[in-house]
Design a protein around this ligand. Structure first.
Ligand code: SF4
Length: 451
């Protein structure tokens, strides 16, 4: 979602005459210190507060930018994103060098707010508490002509005890199905072939569609309106020219039989399903308020694999949640070995202030969290390697994203399962589906040959 918000911000700023430059990689001042603001009058950081580490990096960068501002008092420093929603005006007190804070529902006001700081040289904050933070804009600066992010809902009504999202993004709000389909058709008319639907809890989407299906630009919906996300997927599948649809991130309790069946009967829907497990221990799942047991989660994975045989399932795991004993950890380890995910994001638990879990003692020592984290990462690497090796020799459909950034004459693409493939070709096939034989595997990237 943050990537999309950044793309909206860049598009709006450029439309208003600002020149947006990429973050400098090697800028240094005359004493050899790194310069984050090199070449810029305004530095904007779009922030995420899901993990402590990401927040700490922002605090560190604000410190560095404060020093740069001493040498260049006209520099404007701004923050956007979830950290603004979480900490609000308190950040101004801690970092007086900060000029601007813009909430996730206020992105379109950025140009005006930057000019306000330029004119008044006062700290300016605009953080709206209600409404929807999704901004469909024809000016959004996509990083690919063929792929676009498409947020369809934001916020979350679940209460996972470790998570800041309900605090930073608020309750669930969904765009109407009509707005989503209209935006999808606009993007397709602009050359987009692949959409990734976004939402903090995307499969709990609850936008409604008009009751009549006679609207001339409205695709006829099959399926039941009691399951709005599967119905939305089916409607999007009917858009001519749209060739692939993926979505992230899903909650297991909203991963329904209806959804699995819609995936199974629509080849346009990506064969990658990201389904966070978080823990294999029912005791820890209950403490996390994840609303499912391990057995219930496993039953969904089994059913999805049964209905969609080529599905690739990835997950998130947190180790070291408060109260995690050796037995709880062993249950998570067994779950990884049993479910054999195609990929896993495995993190050490870190306390997020204000969350319900922050009231629990963070009682798993850091060294033990690290050791459990490393062990699970090693197990997952082996499983992923085995699953990927089994694909070598197969012929598979790949969407060509563009030229390889370094190797001339090579192209970069993704399979339906979202796995990366590089292949040689003399012709530019960007934006097209090609058939490739997978001939080799290097780490997590395949090499392919056109067939
Ligand atoms: Fe956070 Fe996801 Fe749980 Fe919602 S479902 S509270 S976004 S972890």
């Amino acid at each position: 979602m943050n990537t999309y918000d950044s793309q909206v911000a860049v598009g709006i700023l450029e439309k208003e005459g600002f020149e947006v430059i990429p973050e400098p990689e090697t800028g240094e001042d005359s004493d050899g210190n790194p310069m984050l603001s090199e070449g810029a009058d305004v530095v904007l950081m779009n922030t995420c507060s899901v993990r402590q580490h990401a927040e700490e990096r922002v605090w560190g960068r604000l410190g560095m930018l404060g020093k740069e501002k001493q040498a260049n008092p006209h520099l404007i420093i701004g923050l956007m994103g979830c950290m603004v929603e979480e900490h609000r005006e308190k950040i101004f007190k801690r970092f007086p060098q900060l000029d601007l804070m813009v909430g996730t529902r206020n992105i379109k006001e950025l140009p005006r707010l930057i000019r306000e700081v330029q004119e008044t040289r006062r700290q300016v904050a605009r953080i709206k508490r209600d409404g929807i933070s999704i901004e469909y804009s024809e000016f959004t600066k996509r990083d690919s002509p063929y792929h676009a992010w498409l947020p369809i809902m934001t916020g979350c009504n679940k209460v996972c005890t470790f998570c800041v999202v309900p605090m930073t993004r608020g309750s669930e709000v969904s765009m109407s199905a009509e707005d989503v389909c209209r935006e999808a058709r606009r993007l397709v008319a602009d050359g987009v072939k692949w959409l990734t639907l976004l939402g903090q809890n995307v499969n709990s989407y609850s936008g409604h569609a008009p009751r009549t299906t006679h609207h001339e630009s409205w695709p006829v919906a099959r399926g039941s309106w009691s399951e709005p996300f599967p119905s939305l997927l089916e409607m999007l599948c009917q858009i001519d020219g749209l060739e692939r649809i993926s979505f992230t991130t899903s909650h297991p309790s909203d991963a329904t039989e209806d959804l699995f069946r819609v995936i199974a009967r629509n080849p346009k829907i990506s064969r990658r399903f990201h389904l966070p497990l978080q823990s294999g221990s029912d005791k820890i799942l209950k403490r996390m308020k994840r609303l499912h047991t391990y057995a219930e989660y496993k039953a969904k994975v089994d059913r999805l694999r049964e209905l969609v045989s080529d599905i690739s399932i990835t997950t998130d795991i947190i180790v070291g949640f408060p109260g995690e004993t050796e037995d709880d950890y062993q249950a998570t380890k067994r779950a990884l070995e049993e479910l054999r995910f195609d990929g896993g994001y495995i993190y050490k638990y870190s306390v997020r202030p204000g969350t319900p879990a922050s009231k629990l003692p963070d009682d798993v020592p850091f060294e033990r969290k690290s050791q459990r984290n490393n062990e699970l990462l090693a197990i997952q690497r082996v499983i992923m390697g085995e699953k990927n090796k089994a694909l070598v020799g197969r012929t598979i459909a790949v969407f060509v994203e563009g030229p390889h950034p370094e190797n001339q004459g090579e192209w970069f693409g993704r399979m339906d399962q979202d796995k990366r493939v590089i292949f040689p070709c003399e012709e530019d096939l960007s934006g097209k589906f090609v058939k490739l034989e997978l001939v080799e595997l290097h780490n997590e990237t395949f090499r392919g040959r056109l067939v």
